[in-house]
Structure formats: structure tokens, C-alpha cells
Design a protein around this ligand. Structure first.
Ligand code: NCD
Length: 305
């Protein structure tokens, strides 16, 4: 609801919501979509933004997260958007600075704004914009979301597996043992594991709308793990042939960055069922609402996103 409200707001009114406020983007890992959308969202609300990245700041010289956070606060930052390789870093930064901190991805733990934009994308693509305004425990009843790929290292998978079942969706995590160990995941209710991608896709579309959410293999987190890519592609790549055979009507999603030819074929990424660009657009809208809430503007704190 909060997202729809800011989205419908006239530009001039939106640009006054955070006029004069300072937002810092603190990125210890590379990012294209998340960083740019948070930055453009803050700017569309009239805020001043500053970007500190590990590659071009005193972080390279060894400055700690705490000291970097305190420096940003001393410079007037009222909210910090943090991406960090360590799980829990946003929680620590919030405690150390007392500022609202928005998690833009922490290690293998969580990526909450991604799950929210994915939810909005699924609702709007399956049911239209109106159904995305108010969500209930029934909003995704009958919908199966098959999340396939490097689940082990994916904060996107974890956040979606937490969020989507709360709205009635069934989440099926799919991948080989190396990337989806049976015992390493604390699975909540509404979440299952599958090894056979074809069967999981077929089941997903058998009784209701199906979503195929594909994930990148996170080379930077593999830590020496060997993976036979030819075998992986044969079993888990989402390509035109597999779509036609197993899930002709499924909605295709990917948080990006996509590695075309590996987890997803170019024709599927560019095809009519692909919601990849919608995901990016929804990211901007959702992050705009999150910033308004984090900075307590416009009475949004009482709105449940
Ligand atoms: C993901 C991330 O950084 O967690 N990308 C994103 O934010 N859209 C996924 C990835 O890096 O593969």
C-alpha cells in the first residue's frame, strides 16, 4: 500500500517528502540494481545522497564498519543503506549508530527489499496492480514459486522463502546437493526442496500459477567448491525447450545479475513471460516507500508494507 501511494504521488509532492534529508549508501559489495534504485528512490524524494563504497574509501585503508558509520552520522546522514558481506552487519550498524539502516543485502543472510519487489512483481503480473496494494495471508494462495540455482549462497532465496509463504505461496527450492544441502537450511512451513527441475516446474504449473525464479551461481562465495557446469546447465538451465516442455505458462524471474547461457538462456530472459525488467521497476517503487518509512515522513510509519 505504501509503495502504491508514493508511486501515484505527483512528482512535485514526492520531491518534497525528504527534501533536505541526508541518506548515505554504504556498499561493501558490488551492486547495480539495488544501489542505483535506492539512490534514485532517495533522489526522487528530494533527499541528498552520498555513496561510500569499499573500493574508493578509507574502508580500503582498514577503517571499521563502526567508525565508517559514526563518520557518516557525524556528517549528517540520517539513514544508511548498507550492503555487506557479513550476515547481521545491518543490525550491528543500526545498534552502533542509532540510525535507521536499510539492509541492501548482508552476506548469505537476507535481502529484504528484493523479496518485497519480487512479491510486488508476482502480484502485479499474475493479478494486476490492484491486488498488489493490500496483501493478506491469502494473496498468493495456489501459487508455486520454484527458486532454482545457488540456494546455499543466496540471500534472495532466503528472504523470498521467508516472505512468500506468509502470503500463502508454496516455495520450492531447487538445485543440486552442493548448492542446496538438505541439512544446511532451516526450512519454514510452505517451503520444500526438489532436485529434479523438470518435475518441479511441471508440478508448479499443474494446479495454479507457477513462477520460475532463477539464481546466479555466486562464484565469489563458492570458496573452492568444484561444480561441473556442463552437467549443471543440462539439469538446471531455464531455456526455451525446458519451458515449452515443462512450464509453458510460468512467469520467469531473476534478481540479476543474469549470466546468460548458464542459469538462464537468452531467449527466455528476453521472452514475453520474463518479468526481469518489471522486477527492476518495482525495486525503485518499493525502495522509495521503504525510505519514506525509514525516515518517518508522511505518516508512513503506520502503514504495513
Ligand atoms: C543479488 C544479490 O546481490 O544478492 N542481486 C541483487 O541484489 N539483485 C543476487 C546475486 O548477486 O546473484
Amino acid at each position: 500500500a505504501a509503495t502504491a501511494r508514493v508511486e501515484r504521488m505527483p512528482h512535485g509532492e514526492r520531491a518534497r517528502m525528504l527534501a533536505g534529508r541526508r541518506v548515505a549508501l554504504l556498499f561493501y559489495e558490488s551492486s547495480t540494481r539495488t544501489r542505483t534504485s535506492f539512490e534514485l528512490a532517495a533522489k526522487s524524494l528530494g533527499a541528498t545522497t552520498t555513496l561510500v563504497s569499499d573500493k574508493s574509501s578509507s574502508i580500503e585503508k582498514g577503517e571499521s564498519l563502526k567508525d565508517t558509520g559514526l563518520t557518516l552520522r557525524a556528517l549528517g546522514a540520517e539513514c544508511i543503506i548498507l550492503r555487506h558481506p557479513a550476515s547481521g552487519a545491518p543490525f550491528l550498524l543500526a545498534r552502533m549508530t542509532g540510525l535507521p539502516v536499510l539492509n541492501a543485502g548482508d552476506g548469505m543472510h537476507a535481502h529484504p527489499s528484493q523479496a518485497l519487489l519480487d512479491l510486488r512483481t508476482i502480484l502485479t503480473r499474475l493479478y494486476g496492480a490492484e491486488r498488489a496494494v493490500t496483501v493478506t495471508a491469502e494473496s498468493l494462495r495456489g501459487v508455486t514459486v520454484v527458486i532454482t540455482g545457488d540456494i546455499l549462497h543466496s540471500r534472495v532465496a532466503r528472504s523470498n522463502a521467508m516472505l512468500l509463504p506468509k502470503l500463502g505461496a508454496k516455495v520450492v527450492l531447487c538445485g543440486p546437493e552442493e548448492l542446496l544441502p538438505e541439512d544446511a537450511l532451516g526450512l519454514g512451513s510452505g517451503v520444500e526442496i526438489a532436485r529434479d527441475f523438470d518435475a518441479a516446474l511441471r508440478q508448479a504449473v499443474a494446479h495454479g500459477p507457477g513462477v520460475a525464479m532463477m539464481l546466479r551461481i555466486q562464484k565469489e562465495r563458492l570458496a573452492g567448491m568444484e561444480l561441473d557446469l556442463g552437467d549443471y546447465i543440462a539439469r538446471y538451465q531455464l531455456n526455451g525447450e525446458r519451458m515449452a516442455a515443462c512450464a509453458p505458462g510460468a512467469l520467469v524471474m531473476h534478481p540479476g545479475p543474469m549470466i546468460r547461457g548458464l542459469e538462464i538462456a537468452g531467449d527466455v530472459a528476453d521472452g514475453p513471460q520474463s518479468a526481469v525488467e518489471d522486477q527492476v521497476r518495482n525495486g525503485l517503487a518499493v525502495r522509495t516507500a521503504l525510505l519514506v518509512r525509514a525516515l518517518g515522513a508522511g505518516g508512513f510509519e503506520s502503514v504495513t508494507v
